[in-house]
Design a protein around this ligand. Structure first.
Ligand SMILES: [Zn+2]
Length: 406
């Protein structure tokens, strides 16, 4: 629920910064006079931009709940976006993505991915913009102060599900291009869009489409821009040029097929949950340091130059702490916080399948549990090396417990 207007303005700015930047080998960036006109055009048309955002936010394009009526809303959303892109003069391919198989055997259609192209001048670089138009579920009861599916202005800020993630930024890109078009200004880059409607549900089937289009749609792409990220402060726009990777693990401990009762078996078993808790507890210490041997070996060493870059970053710790609603972080300084978010690996424990997680007391001993954790990867960690290190560490810890579970 971030202030929308600022984010929209910033995304437009991002486009313009890119257009101004040093990426043009054979075509020149717009002059400052042109940019002046464009900024003026944006100011004059602000109400129209907000009106479009209002229409988009009003569509409950929730991809997380697998319900047919919500899925239809995403289809509607993708249709409206395709029309808007065509209106820009882009050629739009609406790619059929097949079906999502649900655990109950039901099939739900996956909304199309839009592949759009505007301009194909071989002398210009090609920028591809990624965005998604589906959203997470939202209900007033979740703590929203306004109806999540109406765009509502409070204190000069616009609130509504999807305003920043990610309908607003997609619209901002479209509006930026439209501003160039409206003023009859040559756009110094070829533009492509890839827009999906299943991001919040794990971008189902998107990777296959991208691989399929490698030699066609993506063959001419020089730059990919993703406006689906965070600002670190509320006042300064951020340009993200890299993110950490992620490797996800599950670890299963099993004794037998049926659960036990603590009255009849408690005290004579190596309980799977106890084994799993000790495995999970061996991964990271209370200062956030990962305890898997060798895990930091390949992490790029911190240079003096890099250190100085962190000192120059504008982050108000008090504001950051308040907006995060966390009493105390593992680190006190801005530099340490940012480095541990950006340039060091981290390990997070996410959940236990098979655990008794409902309220109240129950005397069951789960016979089989699956722990879930993930590691955020940084340069120059190697995914298969990390996998081997994690496996070896868990096996070592498990063998120390001398447990007959497996
Ligand atoms: Zn997003």
């Amino acid at each position: 629920m971030d202030p929308k207007l600022k984010r929209m303005a910033s995304s437009v700015l991002t486009v313009l910064l890119l257009l101004e930047g040093g990426m043009f080998s054979s075509s020149s960036p717009p002059s400052s006079g042109v940019l002046e006109n464009i900024f003026q055009h944006i100011d004059l048309h602000q109400n129209e931009f907000i009106q479009s955002l209002k229409e988009w936010v009003g569509i409950e394009s929730d991809s997380v709940q697998p319900l047919p009526h919500l899925r239809q809303e995403i289809f509607k959303m993708m249709d409206i976006a395709a029309d808007k892109l065509r209106h820009l003069g882009a050629t739009v391919d609406s790619i059929d993505m097949g079906y999502q198989q649900l655990p109950n055997g039901q099939n739900l259609p996956i909304p199309p991915v839009l592949l759009a192209e505007l301009g194909n001048d071989p002398k210009k670089p090609t920028v591809c913009i990624y965005g998604h138009l589906d959203v997470q579920p939202a209900k007033k009861e979740d703590g929203w102060l306004t109806d999540p599916f109406s765009l509502i202005e409070v204190d000069g800020k616009l609130y509504g599900r999807g305003t920043t993630d990610n309908k607003g930024p997609v619209l901002a890109w479209i509006n930026a291009v439209a501003a160039f078009k409206a003023l009859n200004q040559d756009i110094p880059v070829n533009i492509k869009f890839i827009i999906e409607g299943m991001e919040e549900a794990g971008s189902i089937s998107l990777d296959e489409l991208i691989k399929r289009e490698k030699e066609r749609f993506f063959s001419s792409v020089d730059y990919i821009v993703i406006s689906d990220n965070l600002w670190i402060s509320k006042t300064k726009p951020a340009l993200t040029y890299g993110t950490r990777g992620n490797i996800y693990f599950t670890v299963e401990v099993k004794c037998r097929d049926q659960d036990f009762h603590s009255g009849t078996f408690g005290g004579i078993l190596n309980e799977p949950m106890a084994d799993l808790v000790s495995l999970l507890g061996s991964l990271v210490d209370s200062s956030g340091h990962i305890l898997i041997p060798g895990i930091y070996d390949n992490v790029a060493p911190l240079s003096e130059e890099e250190k100085r870059m962190y000192e120059a970053i504008d982050l108000n710790m008090e504001e950051y702490q308040n907006s995060s609603q966390v009493k105390k972080f593992l680190f006190d300084t801005k530099e340490e916080i940012l480095m541990h978010l950006w340039r060091y690996p981290s390990l997070s424990i996410h959940g236990i399948e098979g655990a008794f997680d409902e309220p109240g007391a129950k005397t069951v001993i789960p016979s089989q549990v699956i722990g879930k954790f993930s590691i955020r990867l940084v340069p120059h960690m190697n995914i298969s090396v990390v996998e081997t290190q994690v496996k070896k560490h868990l096996e070592d810890i498990f063998s120390q417990r001398n447990s007959p579970t497996n």
